[in-house]
Design a protein around this ligand. Structure first.
Ligand SMILES: Cc1cc2nc3c(=O)[nH]c(=O)nc-3n(C[C@H](O)[C@H](O)[C@H](O)COP(=O)(O)OP(=O)(O)OC[C@H]3O[C@@H](n4cnc5c(N)ncnc54)[C@H](O)[C@@H]3O)c2cc1C
Ligand code: FES
Ligand code: FES
Length: 486
């Protein structure tokens, strides 16, 4: 195994090499304290406000791909082999503002200015990803940026104006050169950092990952760090040894074969969502409400599963769809059904030395109907109070098989087995659904917390079952709340 203790990346278009950087130093800290680039701001330090938004550039098939991310919870070594773009890099060398900056000026999109660099960077990523200019698409893409002064109308106007611009920017003009500069970084080595005793490993193969994990049982696996990053920035945890999964090729791959969509554990939510929603369109609605663009571009499907939160949004879907998890270690490889993986609150079926390699989601069957509904206090950027996933097959007009799973109703995501039994064989008439609701009552005794009382959760769970039956009966998909704006 070829390894090195330096990370190499482009800062704007300048190659940078950092030898043994502190493994859990955030990109925001690095920018502000090491580079003295203070355009990128710190608001919340937990991925919520977007003031710290930067853009990562990756070379994929000879083209650059740009993604907005939160620099406040991203660790510096993750930059290896990528381009880091901040608000300081957007202006042309002749001083001319970028189209997104110019539009913000013209539309008065900035007041105190604290949030502005973050909005600019999100808009820059939207500009390069040809984001549609309708209000809903703009709202979805800007949901991870908060402004407390200006009001959103001028910001949205500026965004729409910039997105309509057809001129190529300096990043388009330099694309080939940037691709070459990234490849010259020669970043395909295993990174092994030791910074004052704090260690970081970024293996490239599953066997190296298994071996490193076996020899460092005290280590913490990190993928997108959208959970782990907060342990560092908010809870001040010291992580002695970090093993990063984002460089392991098989963990970042997506394949479709033998009836399954096979998603590597380190595939981001954004990339997983694209393929999963192609086959289960209800998931598109769920994932648009999962964190923000910045979070979805870092967070991984494997991280969501391994974290095992009872309100992790992908989990009810994976259980209802009967997904399989491939677990690997230096000793053995095994497969476990998603529903068996979640043992109790904070307890998953993962022994020391084991890691989650892949999530296999069955392709839809004929006559299968799948819906998932998330209920949270805010539409965007909020964790579920209750999430219900329903997967049934219908023969004639009767339910032949049923898998129903709720998040937020128990200490783990849990199947509603009494409800499933009541659904099987019936045809979802109002009377049938009433019986299934009564059965559902026997499935859960939900907790009361700040997201909802026990009785609220029970009422919501029953409401989601009704909604599922209504959609199937009417043949219509009620779908996400589409807010209409001028
Ligand atoms: C602002 C914000 C909004 C959020 N919104 C949502 C939301 O709407 N819905 C939602 O469900 N979640 C949400 N989250 C939580 C978080 O984004 C998810 O749980 C995410 O999927 C975690 O993935 P990650 O790659 O960032 O995990 P990490 O933080 O890297 O890791 C999480 C845990 O999984 C373990 N782990 C990671 N990969 C593996 C592996 N391959 N094998 C074994 N263990 C592994 C880590 O050791 C750690 O214990 C939000 C978080 C933030 C900060
Ligand atoms: S500082 Fe608020 S999202 Fe990063
Ligand atoms: S302009 Fe002040 S926070 Fe947005």
């Amino acid at each position: 195994m070829q390894s090195g203790n330096a990370i190499r990346f482009l800062l704007g278009d300048q190659p940078q090499t950092l030898s043994n950087p502190p493994p859990t130093m955030t990109v925001l800290e690095y920018l502000r304290k090491t580079e003295h680039m203070t355009g990128t701001k710190e608001g919340c330090a937990e991925g919520d406000c977007g003031a710290c938004t930067v853009v990562l550039g990756n070379a994929e098939n000879g083209k650059m791909r740009y993604r907005a991310v939160n620099s406040c919870i991203m660790f510096v070594p993750f930059l290896h082999g990528q381009q880091l773009i901040t608000v300081e890099h957007l202006k042309n060398p002749d001083g001319e503002l970028h189209a997104v900056q110019q539009a913000m000026v013209e539309e008065h999109g900035s007041q105190c200015g604290f949030c502005t660099p973050g909005f600019i960077m999100s808009m820059f990523a939207m500009y390069h990803n040809q984001c549609p200019t309708d209000r809903q698409s703009i709202d979805n893409a800007l949901a991870g940026n908060l402004c407390r002064c200006t009001g959103y109308a001028p910001i949205v106007r500026a965004c729409r104006k910039a997105l309509k611009s057809t001129t190529k920017d300096q990043f388009d003009r330099k694309e080939n050169k940037t691709v070459r500069s990234i490849s010259a970084l020669d970043a395909r080595t295993t990174v092994e950092i030791n910074s004052n005793g704090q260690k970081y490993y970024a293996p490239r193969t599953t066997s190296d990952l298994a071996r490193i994990l076996e020899s460092h049982p005290e280590s913490r696996i990190v993928a997108g760090a959208t959970d782990v990053g907060l342990w560092v920035t908010k809870q001040r945890h010291y992580l002695e040894t970090v093993i990063y999964t984002g460089a392991v090729e098989s963990l970042t791959a997506i394949d479709i074969d033998d009836g399954y969509i096979r998603i590597g554990a380190a595939v981001t939510i954004s990339d997983a969502m694209a393929v999963l929603a192609e086959h289960y369109d209800s998931l598109d609605e769920l994932f648009i409400r999962y964190g923000s663009d910045q979070i979805r571009n870092l967070a991984t499907l494997g991280g969501n599963v391994a974290n095992g939160s009872p309100i992790g949004d992908s989990l009810p879907a994976l259980v209802a769809l009967d997904a399989r998890l491939l677990i690997n270690s230096a000793q053995q490889t095994r497969t476990v059904a998603a529903e068996d993986f979640f043992i109790d609150y904070g307890k998953q079926d993962l022994a020391p030395g084991e890691f989650l390699e892949r999530i296999d989601v069955p392709l839809p069957q004929e006559r299968q109907e799948f819906r998932i509904f998330k209920i949270s206090k805010r539409f965007h950027q909020d964790i579920s109070a209750v999430c219900g996933a329903f997967s049934v097959t219908i023969h004639g007009n009767r339910v032949q098989t049923a898998r129903v799973c709720y998040g937020g109703m128990a200490t783990t995501p849990l199947r509603a087995r009494n409800c499933e039994k009541a659904l099987i064989g019936n045809s979802l008439t109002a009377e049938d659904v009433k019986q299934a609701r009564e059965a559902l009552d026997m499935d859960f005794t939900p907790i009361t917390d700040f997201r909802g009382s026990s009785s609220y959760r029970s009422a919501v769970a029953a409401g989601l079952l009704e909604r599922f039956a209504d959609e199937l009966r009417s043949g219509e998909k009620i779908g996400v709340r589409q807010v209409q704006h001028a």
